[in-house]
Design a protein around this ligand. Structure first.
Ligand code: AMP
Ligand code: ZN
Length: 106
């Protein structure tokens, strides 16, 4: 999607380093980390939020991606967060799963 910052990142427009990637998603560091380690798991397809995602299998694979990315980053203990909707704090309207580990400042 044209004006979506995460689509641009996925497209390589900003040269963002991916700490992990697979067919379904890319994983990169949050630019404004709210924990010692703060990663974002972002599906390659543009879906605004969890409310717009109807692909059950993809959602399952995204959660597996969380696990794989956490393992690759050496995280044993972490919190996952999905903000859905403006009032819940969603700022980027391309679905993403936060992975937070270490000291968390939320
Ligand atoms: P949310 O509030 O759940 O929509 O989360 C959006 C997250 O994306 C925030 O934690 C931002 O710090 C992060 N973010 C925004 N722009 C970028 C970017 N260019 N690279 C990495 N993270 C970003
Ligand atoms: Zn997008």
């Amino acid at each position: 999607m044209e004006d979506c910052i995460f689509c641009k990142i996925i497209n390589g427009d900003f040269g963002t380093e991916f700490v992990y990637e697979n067919e379904d998603a890319v994983v990169f560091k949050d630019i404004n980390p709210k924990a010692d380690t703060h990663l974002l798991v972002v599906p390659r397809i543009h879906v605004e939020s969890l409310n717009e995602l109807n692909d059950e299998a993809l959602l399952g694979r995204l959660m597996m991606t969380v696990k794989e990315a956490a393992k690759k980053a050496g995280l044993k203990s972490y919190r996952t967060v999905i903000n859905t909707g403006k009032e819940a704090g969603q700022e980027v309207f391309h679905l993403h799963i936060h992975i937070l580990s270490g000291r968390i400042k939320l």
